[in-house]
Ligand binder design. Structure first.
Ligand code: AMP
Length: 361
């Protein structure tokens, strides 16, 4: 450990030329002391550190956060940890995709592209601890009334996503508090894709006086507008096609505000509800082998700072339109569909998405 620290202190002191920055490799740390030694070595030179917390199964959305971090910091740490505490008892923790080797390959390729494009920073470390490391005293619980050391943020953590997933934000706030304490990054990067989570993290940093800046990076989407998500691989082709009804509905709501000047909740959301209902009926009424059943969890138009539900948008402040849609298991799947790699046709796949309505003045 000490050797590592000394090596890096010397090495990073020399990081003044682009050539040296180009050479940096990605260290994989599993323990807190190792990560801390790395962090200390950075303090001895002219560097800054960005942290991108993830559950792994990296995709272009995660990589856009890493890119934003590398644009602002010399060093970027990506944490890859599938945090059990943010999954409810009946949720998909056991099936969540884990692709560590390919995650690492993607990060190496990303560093190469940074070098080619003149992006100043590099991903220099991956922090991939195990659960005993992250929860040293009691194992993490998924029970609402379970014991343990937790950070709770209310009421923000209890509404919308928090209402559907009661332990989710407690798990997120707790793991982020741990990661922020361990990594001590100057900046932390989160995705607008998880709008409520990003607000919760801002609140965590503000209320606990954490010494870091929170950056929120725009949502990366597929060509047909579906927000990228690690869980999209579960959908399979049939549900994947139907899944665009959520982003399409949000766009319809956005148009009411942007192009028709509507401010009232019902005038903005009703056309989106109507569209969604028609889409749901269409896919529900298809023949057995083509049918896709869905269940709308919520559509919301909320205050951009605390996510409380609005009756009317203040055009000087804007709003966040968000939605959650469950893609239900396929009742009649073809043998071809069952063979589709990575799909989980017998499980719900819950999609979330949002659009920010920007202030008009
Ligand atoms: P996750 O691994 O799903 O917890 O995501 C890790 C981080 O990546 C979170 O801050 C997410 O908001 C962000 N993220 C996930 N999907 C996207 C996306 N499509 N675009 C931008 N950021 C994303």
């Amino acid at each position: 450990m000490l050797k590592f620290s000394k090596y890096h202190s010397l090495r990073f002191l020399k990081v003044t030329s682009t050539k040296n920055i180009q050479c940096r490799k990605i260290h994989v740390f599993r323990s807190v002391p190792e990560l801390r030694a790395f962090r200390r070595s950075l303090r001895n030179c002219d560097s800054s550190l960005g942290l991108v917390p993830t559950l792994g199964a990296l995709h272009k959305g995660h990589l856009s956060l890493a890119r934003a971090a590398a644009n602002e910091n010399s060093d970027v740490v990506i944490s890859i940890y599938l945090n059990p505490a943010q999954f409810g008892v009946a949720e998909d923790l056991d099936k969540y995709p884990q692709t560590f080797d390919s995650d690492l390959q993607q990060l190496h390729a990303l560093n190469q592209s940074f070098q080619d494009e003149g992006v100043p920073g590099r991903v220099t470390a991956v922090f991939a601890p195990d659960t005993k490391t992250m929860y040293p005293t009691l194992p993490p619980t998924s029970e609402v009334d379970g014991s343990g050391s937790f950070v709770t943020i209310t009421p923000l953590g209890q509404i919308l996503e928090g209402a559907s997933r009661p332990v989710f934000f407690r798990g997120v706030a707790t793991i982020c508090m741990k990661l922020f304490n361990i990594v001590q990054a100057e900046r932390v990067y989160f995705g607008q894709k998880d709008a409520q989570q990003s607000l919760l993290i801002k609140r965590l940093v503000k209320d606990f006086h954490l010494d870091t800046e929170v950056r929120v990076i725009p949502t990366e989407r597929e060509a047909d507008n579906l927000a990228r998500s690690s869980r999209n691989v579960y959908l399979g082709q049939r549900r994947r096609i139907a899944a665009t009804m959520l982003p399409d509905a949000l766009r319809i709501a956005e148009m009411q505000y942007l192009h028709h000047g509507k401010l009232a909740k019902n005038e903005i959301l009703t056309p989106a509800y109507k569209f969604l209902t028609l889409q749901q009926e269409h896919f529900e009424n298809l023949p057995d082998k083509e049918r896709v059943s869905t269940e709308l969890d919520y559509l919301s138009i909320a205050d951009p700072e605390d996510m409380h539900e609005l009756v009317e948008v203040d055009p000087g402040k804007g709003a966040i339109i968000s939605g959650a849609l469950k893609m239900l298991p396929l009742q009649h799947s073809s043998s071809q569909e069952s063979l589709e790699a990575g799909t989980e046709l017998t499980r719900n796949v819950r999609l979330i998405d949002n659009i920010v309505l920007k202030p008009q003045y």
